[in-house]
Design a protein. Sequence first.
Length: 408
Amino acid sequence: MADHSAAFSIVVGANPALQKRFILSSKSPKLVPGDVHRASNIQVGIGGKGQDVAVTLGCLSAGTPNVYLAQFLGKGPEGDLALSLMKEILREKDDNCDGLTSALEALTVRTDASLRTCTTIVAQDSATELVEPSGMISPGEIQMLFDKIDQFTSHQEARGLCIMGSMPPGCPDNLYGAIFEKAMTNNPQAVAIIDTVVGLEYLFEQMKANRDVTHGKRILKVNFAELCRLANVYVKSETSEASLEQINHAVNGFLSTFAGALTALDCIAITNGCHPAHLACIQREAKEAEDAISKLFRIKVPSLSIVQKRNQSKIFPIGAGDSVAAGTLAACEYLCTNDGHTERLHSSVQNALKQKLDNTCANPAAVSFAFGIACGSASCIQEENSVLDVDDVLTLFKNVDIEEILTK
């Protein structure tokens, strides 16, 4: 039997990294291929999409984040450093070091392969990412992760599951589907945020299989360009603002391409950089993909100018999308699970979410996604991946417009 007093979230970050930021000096502020570049500063932190989600959830937390990272982490010095940095970041939220060590290591598998290092070269006008290859994961290490999840979820209740990013080599295509089944079977009210483009067929099949016994929100987060590629839909420009027709075309194409998605998903949350985001609510009873969108919300991205400090011009977009996923998860857990567990979020965040829900015609999923957009925007003015200031988030969230543009 799950322990309701110990509700937590599982974040799957199968492909972590040690993150280095190479900040170009003012003498060579732009990256020029073939030139010698000197750094004004070198920063070391943690990387990986799931790890970024944990960082943002830690920033949003008023107390212990109750975030458990399911991850493969190399046994070498890079993995040791990454783990110590994770502990340091989350320890700021609680003096109970032993409890936080358990939270970080409970679902972590230390692998024989070394942890990759990713380097971001931060120039005056851009950020360039250099990504090392990931090490091979063995079948025994995969089974070890499954055993950890089975053991952990057998006596505690997950309020949310967030599946993030790519898989390292050696992982089977059905890894995320298997993790979903193990983590969610005994947690019917949990929220699931899916932010990956790998293994979707297997994942949707498992989500379909559990649909009759689960009631929690199931949201796919994807950027517009990825959605078009997955849907085999061509648009003239994937970097400009998407029209209502383009969003409809892309969503319909995706649901036609991935047949299981229609009954697996409640919503598709579509980001598009600085352009408006969209949330498509799926009518699972629809017979055809063309009839599947029941509601469509447009969410305008707020201007960073309202939170940027004077003379602050640099933005740091790496990890912003992961902050969107984290904010959406945290808000959706609060607004949709109704389990009475509010200790994660600052009271100011709880009040802002309730006020936005009361003052708009939007549903909880749309408000949650809007909060995620505010989190992603707030992270862009912080140097470290997916770090944010709660006051910045609240200011931006207050200025996020949610517009219902299609209702059936």
